[in-house]
Design a binder for this molecule. Structure first.
Ligand SMILES: C[S@@+](CC[C@H](N)C(=O)[O-])C[C@H]1O[C@@H](n2cnc3c(N)ncnc32)[C@H](O)[C@@H]1O
Length: 216
């Protein structure tokens, strides 16, 4: 109760002030983007197209954008890659916001756009959707510092599916979250293929990650 009040207050302040230091510097070629490139390479096989529209859901600071960009650019000369993040103005301890970090990671990547917004407001349709670590239980969302009212896994999944044209990859952390993800897909009658444990030599995690492919 008190935690939620604090999260609501902090979330309100950061989304309204949009404070950040400028000129964030990081590493574009990093482990996260190599990991994402590798898992896409293992599980998604796009047919080459004149153009492709791709959405990343809950992009955080989008440190891994280069992995998604490099992967999908192999299949099209015209890539439109969008990222959507509801908590884009969250500050790191060095007073850079996620948004400012994203401006660094996306610099020079043509056709890439980051939306500081709620997934529910995304109305375009996407050929491919990548959703890494959605919140499927309330505790991680609360620990992440988000207000409880933003915990709506079923509604978000339903919306993601409604804007999907071809294929979506969902990755969950740990067996329990993967089971909950499966139940959500089944409750919504969304056909899926369970990939089981997915891994990459580029980056290893404490908890196993599990994947689902949803095709239209
Ligand atoms: C566990 S994090 C995963 C971040 C990132 N995809 C990764 O793999 O590192 C989930 C992210 O989803 C974002 N999120 C939660 N609800 C959202 C919504 N309705 N619309 C957009 N982003 C949302 C959160 O703010 C958080 O950054």
């Amino acid at each position: 109760m008190l935690n939620d009040l604090k999260n609501r207050f902090d979330f309100f302040i950061r989304t309204h002030t949009k404070f950040s230091r400028k000129n964030y510097q990081g590493e574009v070629e990093n482990k996260e983007s190599n990991y994402v490139f590798d898992i896409l390479n293992q599980y998604i096989k796009p047919v080459p197209q004149e153009s492709l529209k791709v959405l990343d859901i809950g992009s955080k600071n989008w440190a891994y954008v280069k992995g998604e960009y490099d992967f999908f650019r192999q299949f099209t000369p015209n890539l439109f890659l969008d990222g959507v993040e509801i908590d884009a103005y969250r500050l790191y301890s060095n007073l850079y916001s996620r948004y400012e970090a994203v401006m660094f990671y996306t610099k020079g990547l043509e056709g890439v756009n980051y939306y500081a917004d709620d997934l529910l407001n995304m109305r375009d349709k996407y050929d491919y959707i990548i959703w890494l670590l959605p919140f499927v239980t309330p505790y991680p969302l609360q620990k992440w510092g988000l207000p409880k009212k933003l915990f709506m896994p079923e509604k978000l999944l339903e919306h993601a599916y409604s804007i999907l044209k071809k294929e979506m990859l969902i990755v969950n952390q740990g067996e329990e979250e993967a089971e909950i993800q499966k139940s959500l897909l089944e409750q919504l009658n969304i056909p899926y293929k369970a990939l089981g444990i997915i891994s990459s030599k580029n980056l290893e995690f404490k908890n196993h990650r599990y994947g689902y492919i949803i095709k239209k």
